[in-house]
Write a protein that binds this ligand. Sequence first.
Ligand code: ADP
Ligand code: MG
Length: 303
Amino acid sequence: MGTYYRVVGQCRDSLTNHLLESELRSLTSVLSNYDAESEISSFNRSDRVGEWVPVHETLVKVLAMAQTISEQTSGAFDVTVAPLVELWGFGSKEVTQPPSTESITRELHRVNYKLLELDEGNNALRKLSNIKLDLSGIGKGYGVDHIAEVLADQRCSDFLIDIGGEIRVQGHNALSHSWRIGIEVPDGTGQAEVFLNLSSGAIATSGSYRNYRIFDEESYPHVIDPRSGYPTSHNLTAVTVYRSTATEADALATALFVMGYDDALEFAESHDIAVALTTWDADSEKHSASYSSAMRVLIKEGN
Ligand code: ADP
Ligand code: MG
């Protein structure tokens, strides 16, 4: 998945790196855009438009969750964003200039989650146009949830799983306290301002401060609005979401990041989601954090 993983747990059965790694390897062999031989990469290469293609059940499961979040967020989250990710230089090819408006308009025709159909009963997918999928906005979260299931099978009652900053916890730590998760200030120092004390659930963050391209001295973050074709360009620097599963937290964090501050906060309030938003104020050159009501409750319990 192009990142690290970390698992801390208390298990009755033995838990080996070997087991975790073979589970993660089999996931990436289905879901990873980085692996040219993965199932997703071969689906992307296929030009079978209109035909049902049988695929691994894991792929259908992840895509079903992705489609639900796309519906919920009016397309702010959209796994068919891949051609735009490539165009803006976040894919396999290096890009040295921002893409032309013509090329963005051209690629936008094949970016829409409604151009992908799923048959969950038969584990099959169908492209309604020449679409390509990118699971980077949800795959790590799914990986975290999958490892949580593996740990449950190994009779682990207490654990923390972290794949590239997407985290899920259960129970308590070695000191018998609930897990204490800091929400990092997005200034590169790695310091946290607020903490959550959690004994279940998942935390995921999307941000503009780790992965971006610079063209003509302007910074373009790796989260792209699938409706406009452009990388997000607002003052939001990070969105952290708490949810019961990491898959949902991961995809929602990406979606809320696309929405921008006002819409993200409104979405969080109307859906009762715990969200922390960090914005950058260019005048004062400072980050400032805001929280949805549900997040304020969590923080109060944690500090
Ligand atoms: P990270 O990978 O740093 O955890 P995200 O979870 O926000 O960050 O995922 C961002 C990645 O998801 C991008 O690098 C890109 O591959 C893909 N992506 C970009 N925009 C979208 C979008 N609107 N919907 C779904 N995936 C996206
Ligand atoms: Mg995400």
